[in-house]
Design a binder for this molecule. Structure first.
Ligand code: SAM
Length: 268
């Protein structure tokens, strides 16, 4: 492992609960999810999962539970787990009738008395895995919770095109094109996020990992990739440039990534 990467990850695991920003996050996203949730993240999760009646689904990093009603509407059964007690309280208030919400740390779900091994047909991480660390025990937890033959669905900001603070849009005046700039990619990073507009306190952490770390991490936990979706965002961030070039960049550069992997028999 390169020296700088070792230095970054030898420290004790960081605190990643969104408790300090819970009220702001739930207010900003809303009870039914933000525009990104409704237009992009939830449809992508549903397409990858294709929930059938009776399917038992566990969402890890459930926050205040915006996904629960969509899963239940398909006749599936929803359980959400999160390490933020404040977000869980809001989840129970908003969606407690649709799903069960339990406290648990994704790094050690086997210690949660309310969860049983191999109890779920599907595990979902919707916009949450990039806010958790370290990856290996979290994927082991997902595998622990899954029945053999069950699947895990990940919906991530695209690790190849969205590296926190190390990527962005640019305008090439000569070629009249909107381009995506990537300054760093291969080195995993832990990035404290800037407060969002209207956020009064608390900082969240985002973890950049190259794509290979996700794919190899899944495989090492007996979770074999079977489907991948690269999803453009609704709109590029404002920058210089003309509307046509922005539209093209919008269509061509996927800012979200969806993966589905299946738990093989005889995995960990
Ligand atoms: C960006 S929020 C996403 C929440 C929800 N999936 C949504 O889309 O609104 C990330 C969530 O992951 C949770 N989280 C972070 N680390 C965790 C861990 N180790 N175990 C369980 N949840 C964790 C946070 O508390 C937060 O609720």
């Amino acid at each position: 492992m390169p020296k700088n990467r070792r230095k970054q990850f030898n420290k004790s695991p960081p605190r990643t609960s969104w408790d300090p920003v819970a009220d702001w996050y739930a207010g900003w996203v809303g009870k039914d999810g933000s525009k990104h949730h409704r237009k992009l993240a939830i449809p992508a999760v549903l397409e990858l999962l294709n929930p059938q009646p009776g399917l038992k689904v566990l969402e890890i990093g459930a926050g205040h539970g915006v996904l629960a009603p969509y899963i239940v509407k398909r006749g599936a059964k929803y359980t959400g787990v999160d390490v933020s007690k404040k977000l869980l309280r809001l989840a129970r208030k908003y969606h407690g009738r649709q799903g069960k919400f339990v406290w648990g740390d994704a790094r050690r779900l086997s210690r949660s008395p309310e969860l049983q091994p191999a109890a779920f047909d599907a595990v979902i991480f919707m916009l949450s895995l990039q806010d958790m660390e370290p990856l290996r025990p979290i994927l082991e937890s997902a595998s622990w919770a899954l029945k053999s033959g069950g699947c895990v669905v990940l919906l991530l900001t695209h690790p190849c095109f969205r590296v926190p603070r190390q990527s962005g849009w640019g305008w090439d005046e000569q070629r009249k094109l909107q381009y995506r700039r990537i300054d760093r990619y291969l080195t995993p990073l832990c990035v404290p996020m800037h407060p969002y507009p209207g956020q009064k306190k608390g900082v969240t952490l985002s973890f950049h990992r190259p794509l290979s770390v996700y794919i190899n991490g899944l495989a090492e936990c007996g979770l074999l990739l079977e489907r991948m979706q690269e999803i453009p965002a609704c709109k590029v961030h404002p920058s210089e440039g003309n509307a046509r070039a922005k539209k093209l960049a919008d269509r061509e550069i996927p800012l979200f990534l969806g993966l589905r992997a299946r738990k093989m028999a005889l995995s960990i």
